[in-house]
Design a protein around this ligand. Structure first.
Ligand SMILES: N[C@@H](CCOP(=O)(O)O)C(=O)O
Length: 460
């Protein structure tokens, strides 16, 4: 694929093909599907050369997805903004815990979670796109904690953007909540929804189809339903491979499945890997789908790894689309059945293709606590509950055919109460968390209905 011809289709096959900027500023396709590139670009092996730095890797990995629809130099400027916000010069350093077992540290950014890696980039590219077109954008985003914090940080004060963040009331950590609600920028509206993350995401998808909200300009989302978010998460898999000097098995703590799908996308572009393991907590819809062949809805249960309290992972749709051989009709049928009946059983060929792409492990709350204790006792490392889920799953993997990399998605100080209940002391705060302070919090509490969400947005 040449860079000038980057085009996008919907996983549901009924939306017109479009370009990167339009996909970025829509977030979701008009037929309710998710945008996918029409073809996978090929990465040159020089991208994972041991000497490659994060910016050069990201340039090579992301440029083919953008094509020529943004002003010249936009990606270069966006990556400068991204890397400037990272405290560690390697941006995403890889650390060996014991022979063959590594953690990929993704939490050195401005909100101490992996979401910063794509969100800072998406914000910079959005600024470029809006400056070029003169348009205004309302962004609607659902969060179980980390995405919302990263979005608020990235878009607060952006002059052509209004940001609405929906989080489940009392179901994010206090630090995550404060990262969202203590920001005083007038273009940010925090809605605390009585419900769970899946309710917030359902509302966002409904609001994106709400014509009356388009009066102020375009509507989009910066959840990983937006292709640009996924593109921004591809480089760290390439960087990890470069740091290792060869392929790995990646174990990804999984909520909305965007992070794992970004890794799978990297392999579609030619990155060598030994496979992907999605590690979920007791919200195990994805693990049941892969292991039992039935994707079924259950209410999300609260856990210590709150950011993964997701029972309807949006990016599973992208995996199904790929596994059907990019069959939009078949993908649409799967997700319409799921939406209507709350469950769908996969045909054997589809299930085999899903299993070839990813395996899945569910780690419960007891194992998560035990893994936090194990990490401290064995490696002297204080890890967040999401990283603990990944490490517990990673230690079950066979290391005889290559290294295993667990993604460390957030700094433990974002989840101080849970970690200190296990270890008996509070994790040392990341500098960006220590700087949070005690400003007044601003949020509007609403019921999980479209009427309530629309009324709160219109009132603002
Ligand atoms: N774990 C997420 C949930 C939303 O995921 P996203 O990758 O689709 O934005 C969170 O922390 O909010």
């Amino acid at each position: 694929m040449s860079t000038s011809s980057a085009r996008y289709v919907s996983t549901r096959g009924q939306a017109p093909e479009t370009d990167f900027t339009d996909a970025l500023l829509r977030g979701i396709a008009p037929d309710g599907g998710l945008y996918m590139p029409t073809a996978w670009p090929t990465l040159s092996p020089s991208a994972w050369d041991a000497t490659a730095d994060y910016k050069s890797i990201a340039l090579q990995a992301i440029a083919p997805f953008i094509g020529d629809t943004l002003p010249a130099g936009a990606l270069d400027r966006a990556l400068d903004r991204l890397t400037a916000g990272f405290a560690n010069p390697a941006v995403t350093p890889l650390v060996e815990l014991e022979p063959g077992l590594f953690v990929l540290e993704l939490f050195h950014g401005p909100t101490a979670a992996f979401k910063d890696l794509a969100m800072q980039l998406v914000a910079a590219l959005t600024d470029e796109a809006l400056a070029a077109s003169g348009e205004r954008l309302t962004i609607l985003t659902a969060t179980s904690g980390d995405t919302g914090a990263a979005a608020v940080r990235a878009f607060a004060g952006a002059k052509s953007v209004d940001l609405v963040v929906l989080h489940p009331l009392d179901r994010v950590s206090p630090v995550q909540r404060k990262q969202m609600t203590t920001v005083q920028a007038d273009n940010v509206l925090n809605l605390a929804v009585r419900g769970d993350f899946d309710d917030c995401q359902r509302l966002v998808k409904g609001l994106l189809a709400e014509e009356s909200l388009r009066e102020r300009g375009r509507l989009s989302s910066v959840n990983s339903i937006n292709w640009a978010r996924l593109a921004g998460q591809i480089p760290y898999y390439v960087s990890a491979t470069a740091q290792l000097g060869g392929p790995a098995t990646f174990v990804v703590p999984t909520g909305n499945f965007g992070d794992a799908f970004a890794g799978i996308a990297a392999t579609k572009m030619g990155l060598p890997s030994n496979g992907f393991v999605a590690a979920v907590n007791q919200n195990d819809a994805l693990a049941r789908a892969i292991n039992d062949g039935i994707y079924s809805r259950r209410p999300a249960v609260e856990s210590g790894s709150v950011s993964m309290d997701v029972q309807a992972p949006s990016n599973f749709e992208r995996l199904v689309y790929e596994a059907t051989g990019r069959d939009g009709d078949r993908t649409r049928a799967v997700f319409e059945t799921f939406a209507r009946d709350g469950a769908v059983t996969f045909d054997p060929d589809l299930l085999a293709a899903l299993r070839a792409a990813v395996s899945a492990v569910s780690i419960d709350e007891t194992e998560t606590r035990a893994e936090i204790a194990h990490a401290y006792k064995t490696w002297g490392r204080v890890v967040c509950p999401h990283t603990a889920v990944a490490l517990a799953a990673a230690r079950r993997q066979d290391r005889s055919n290559g290294p295993v990399v667990a993604l460390s998605t957030a700094h433990p100080s974002k989840f101080g109460a849970f970690v200190s209940a296990v270890l008996g002391f509070e994790p040392e705060p990341a500098p960006v968390i220590a700087a949070l302070g005690d400003q007044a919090e601003r949020m509007t509490i609403i019921d999980g209905t479209m009427d309530a969400a629309l009324a709160a947005i219109r009132a603002r």
